[in-house]
Design a protein around this ligand. Structure first.
Ligand code: SAM
Length: 262
């Protein structure tokens, strides 16, 4: 039966949230996101290069410039996946920062570990620690870290406000929060082209390379559902962060948000 819009739902209706453009029960979203990354983990790095023509490397490099990691810093890269950001931090500091990768998906952590072993890494004490954990309930002590990074991860979290509160909790006073995420294109002429690319070519590439079209439809949809630049800045202020700012990369296809725990 189709219910008229004005009629209220049953009193015990489960709260829902978005998973791409679909509505799913809140309690199911994390598992659905996990399925996406389990499915694509072995082809994740290759897909990133193909989808972005390598531009994600420039964005990440620019992101690390802003972080400006120093030897001795304790840094967590949340939703760190296969460890791209963590490896860049270690390279910049000659392995002298203490980096932990925290990700909810063991399959992504394992794909990253295997890649590092193949490249001859992980042989010394500077290798990142790998922790399987949820951004909404971080397994780290209060005020224990100098910096928190999250790249292309926040979009996948069910309760962004909880993840931001957790980020602030684990940072030391004076600690730096940095988020790299897809955002809103700010050049009107580019937007339709970008939409066409996202909703046609991207899923086709996903089908061809990762044998998974649906995960790349989710990617395109989840980008559109993620809070735009100003909205995310407001969420950071609401979470208690100070000196909140952001800057666009590639006309707003991505953005870096920066905030500090005072
Ligand atoms: N940061 C990496 C990068 O830039 O290449 C990986 C980004 S990948 C698009 C998103 C990652 O977020 C996946 O590895 C996924 O497992 C992780 N993830 C999704 N939801 C999460 C959550 N609630 N807590 C921690 N990690 C999560």
């Amino acid at each position: 039966m189709v219910r008229p819009m004005s009629e209220p739902g049953p009193p015990d209706a489960q709260p829902t949230t978005h998973f791409g453009y679909s509505e799913v029960p809140v309690g199911e979203k994390t598992a659905r996101v996990r399925e996406v990354f389990d499915s694509v983990s072995s082809r994740y790095d290759l897909m990133n290069d193909l989808m972005s023509g390598g531009v994600h490397r420039l964005w990440k490099s620019n992101f690390i410039d802003q972080l400006n990691p120093q030897p001795g810093m304790e840094i967590v890269d949340v939703a760190g996946g296969t460890g791209d950001v963590a490896q860049r931090i270690l390279t910049r500091t000659n392995g002298r920062a203490r980096v932990t990768i925290c990700d909810i998906n063991a399959s992504m952590l394992i794909a990253g570990r295997d890649r590092a072993i193949d490249k001859g890494g992980l042989a010394d004490d500077s290798a990142p620690d790998l922790v399987c954990g949820n951004a909404e309930e971080l397994p780290f002590a209060d005020a224990s870290l100098d910096a928190y990074t999250i790249a292309f991860g926040l979009r996948n979290v069910t309760h962004i406000d909880k993840a931001l509160a957790e980020a602030r909790r684990v940072l030391k006073p004076g600690g730096h929060f940095l988020c790299l995420e897809f955002s809103r294109v700010v050049v009107p002429l580019l937007a339709p082209l970008y939409d066409r690319y996202s909703f046609t070519m991207l899923p086709q590439l996903g089908a061809l390379v990762a044998r998974d079209q649906d995960s790349y439809v989710y990617l395109a949809e989840s980008i559109r559902k993620f809070p735009p630049q100003e909205e995310l800045a407001t969420m950071l202020r609401d979470a208690g962060f100070d000196q909140v700012s952001y800057r666009n990369l590639s006309a707003g296809i991505a953005a870096v948000h920066s905030a500090w725990r005072i």
